[in-house]
Design a protein around this ligand. Structure first.
Ligand code: PEP
Length: 253
């Protein structure tokens, strides 16, 4: 079964709610009719409800950038899976390197959130990736293996089809330094091979693995022609209708 490409925009902590609505209205117009690419936007929590109303019944799907693993309770400041689902989220980004770096996210908390997302029928977009120091110390594949095994031990051959993995080398995020097509493909291939070893070739061949790290209109096609790259998680370039449109249309001239 061919893997449908995914282009997901992570808005991070950018835009006011009004600006977010304007952005997604622009995207909705320019991307209507595209059904061979899964298009996802991940606005801040405060925008989800309004952006969700704009994209309802369109080809643009909604994601949150994080969530609590708990359903409800005394967890001040947290937002639960039930809440994001109620405003239309079908996806949630989990374990983004900025959450790992600034907010103490670990492989254990990633696993807890992935489990919660799957229990609620929300597709987790699980982020993994090495730092510059780890790459320079030739530790990339070890780090990836640890993050995969540690954060994903709740996965089985049955639910692997319900997740998306995003390989995001930390040194490429927001820096303008993209991994070369070959560097990205090598790690994606390693991830797929690892999943095949854990869960079998068939299901690993159906798992979507996205690349993230300074993806722009001018480098997306090269990345997307790599055999194990199934899409992109886009930060900065998802904040403009023009650039996100071009990235989503990577396969149209
Ligand atoms: C990201 O936030 O996941 C990301 C890849 O950001 P950027 O595209 O800006 O590097």
């Amino acid at each position: 079964m061919a893997r449908k490409p995914v282009i997901a925009g992570n808005w991070k902590m950018n835009t006011t709610p009004d600006e977010g609505v304007q952005l997604v209205e622009g995207l909705k117009k320019r991307l209507s009719g595209i059904n061979d690419v899964e298009i996802i936007v991940a606005p801040p929590f405060t925008h989800l409800s309004r952006v969700g109303e704009v994209v309802e019944k369109s080809n643009i799907k909604l994601s949150s950038q994080d969530m609590s693993p708990k359903d409800s309770g005394a967890y001040t400041g947290e937002v639960s899976p039930l809440m994001i689902k109620a405003v239309g989220c079908q996806y949630v980004i989990i374990g983004h390197s900025e959450r790992r770096l600034y907010f103490g996210e670990t492989d254990e908390s990633v696993e807890e959130k992935v489990t919660a997302a799957l229990n609620h029928g929300i597709t987790p977009i699980i982020c993994i990736g090495e730092s510059l120091a780890e790459r320079e110390a030739d530790q990339t594949l070890n780090v990836i293996l640890t993050q995969l095994k540690g954060g994903l031990s709740c996965l089985t051959a049955k639910n692997l089809k319900d997740i998306i993995i995003a390989y995001e080398p930390v040194w490429a995020i927001g820096t303008g330094k993209t991994a070369t097509d070959e560097q990205a493909q090598d790690v994606h291939h390693f991830i797929r091979k690892t999943l095949a070893g854990l869960f079998g070739e068939e299901i690993s061949g159906q798992t979507r693995i996205l690349y993230g790290g300074s993806v722009k209109p001018d480098n997306v096609s090269g990345l997307m022609t790599q055999p194990d790259i199934d899409g992109a998680l886009v930060g900065g370039a998802s904040l403009s209708v023009e650039s996100f449109e071009k990235i989503v249309k990577f396969n149209r001239s």
